[in-house]
Design a protein around this ligand. Structure first.
Ligand SMILES: Cc1ncc(COP(=O)(O)O)c(C=O)c1O
Length: 443
């Protein structure tokens, strides 16, 4: 038995099977874009711990900041004693990603995870509007708490966990590639916005709707970007009816798409937004940011928590943001994304298993389907490709409701040579498996 196999066996004995184990990889240490496993083998990390390591593993500045803060103050609870790292991080976030309209400030709540961020954003929207309903979207993922699961679309994430939270209404995500029906982009967006207006007659009234919650670029849903015109339309509809527009940036934020917020690509600012993952550089921390008056709609005592904005996690987040600024990771994400897109399109030229190449910045993905037909998702094929990549030392993740989307979430500090090596492995694995299946591989 290898050391990894021994560890996996120990895991199986004491950890419930409900905690997903999506690969057989193990991890002992990590640096930059490389994880070292229990055998001492280096794995090229294209997963980033599910989009957490945009700034790279164990950045010296981040580790130093954590050490220094840990020696000073581990915990006080921000409700009990105000400490500077919380305030400094809130100030930094408000400066980087302002939400406030003219005459308003931006305010920031710190919590521990993405799911908590979503929970709190909904609580704030409900209190600020005095309304109960939330409109969300198909293929969305918003976390594993009860409200998070209730808002999440994919059934396998929530099997047997109901009854779910009430007053949640779901529309199809505006996935133009899948649901475009041959319409022009303009006509597609018009149809989808009309669907929302109809929903105010047939599902829930606008006057009862507290919030519309959407991932501008879906993460677990398979890296699908909502059309900019649709997001602008949502903004107008929310303004018209006093509905709080919430963007979930947990996976798409902090340089992944080449911006701090993916919404910067679309010229739309939400009322509230949710954050976690790469913001903390590896420590658990999340945030709700928003327009001051809406954030202040929550009554004292209704938001927060014992650990929310823990000082060590705040120090880690501040140092991580510093690394992102120093290394210009937004620019780097754009360059990486161009490189990945070119390679994915080249793979698509060579096999008809690649139904779609998509993404924004370094949030790139390709959807694998038999014969390139979206109705025939190549789920088992994608799992086999991921297993082969891991055997070759490249850790990759799938996404999408059918698990047939290969997504890239590598640290953005990855070198061109490392990226190319990983993409070579992915390409070889896809072509090999396609050839084995006798599925269209072009010479
Ligand atoms: C868009 C989005 N929202 C919320 C979450 C939940 O975050 P967490 O796992 O930190 O609770 C995730 C996690 O993948 C996510 O991708």
């Amino acid at each position: 038995m290898t050391e990894s196999e021994k560890l996996l066996a120990r895991r199986e004995a004491v950890v419930p099977r409900g905690v997903p184990r999506v690969t057989t990889a193990t991890a002992v240490s990590a640096r930059g874009a490389t994880i070292t496993d229990s055998e001492g083998r280096d794995l090229l990390d294209f997963a980033g711990g599910i989009g957490v390591m945009n700034a790279g593993h164990c950045q010296e500045a981040v580790v130093d900041a954590i050490r220094e803060q840990a020696g000073k103050l581990l915990h006080a609870c921000f409700h009990v004693a105000t400490y500077e790292p919380y305030v400094a991080l809130a100030e930094k976030l408000a400066e980087l990603i302002p939400h406030g309209r003219e005459g308003e400030g931006t305010k920031v709540l710190l919590i521990n995870s993405g799911a908590e961020a979503v929970e709190n954003a909904v609580k704030i929207a409900r209190q600020a509007t005095g309304r109960p309903a939330v409109i969300c979207f198909s293929e969305s993922f918003h976390g594993r708490t009860l409200l998070g699961m209730s808002l999440t679309s994919k059934v396998s994430y929530k099997k047997g966990c109901g009854p779910f939270a009430p007053e949640i209404y779901r529309l199809p995500f505006p996935n133009e590639w899948l649901r475009g029906d041959g319409l022009s982009s303009e006509a597609f967006v018009e149809r989808e916005l009309a669907r929302l207006r109809d929903a105010f007659q047939t599902m829930v009234s606008a006057q009862d709707t507290a919030a519309i919650l959407i991932e501008p670029v879906q993460g677990e849903g398979g890296f699908v970007t909502a059309p900019a015109a649709y997001l602008r339309g949502l903004r107008e509809i929310c303004d018209e009816h006093g509905i709080v527009l919430i963007f979930d940036e947990v996976q798409s934020g902090f340089c992944r798409t080449g911006r701090w917020a993916s919404f910067e690509h679309f010229g739309v600012v939400p009322d509230l937004s949710t954050w976690a993952k790469s913001m903390g550089g590896g420590l658990p921390i999340g945030a709700v940011m928003g327009r001051g008056p809406i954030m202040d709609g929550a009554e004292p005592g209704t938001i927060g928590g014992t650990y929310g904005g823990n000082p060590v996690a705040c120090a880690s987040a501040l140092a991580t943001i510093g690394v992102m600024e120093d290394l210009k990771l937004n620019e780097r994400a754009e360059a990486l994304g161009d490189r990945i897109r070119k390679r994915f399109l080249a793979i698509q030229e060579r096999t008809d298993m690649v139904a779609h190449v998509r993404g924004i910045g370094a949030m790139m993905a390709m959807e694998l389907s038999h014969g390139g037909d979206p109705a025939r998702p190549a789920s088992e094929f994608t799992r086999a490709v991921a297993r082969s990549c891991l055997e070759e030392g490249v850790l990759i993740l799938s996404a999408g409701p059918a698990g047939n989307v290969i997504r890239i979430l590598s640290p953005l500090v990855i070198s061109d040579a490392e990226l190319d090596r990983g993409l070579d492995v992915i390409e070889a694995s896809i072509l090999e498996h396609a050839a084995t299946l006798g599925e269209g591989v072009m010479a």
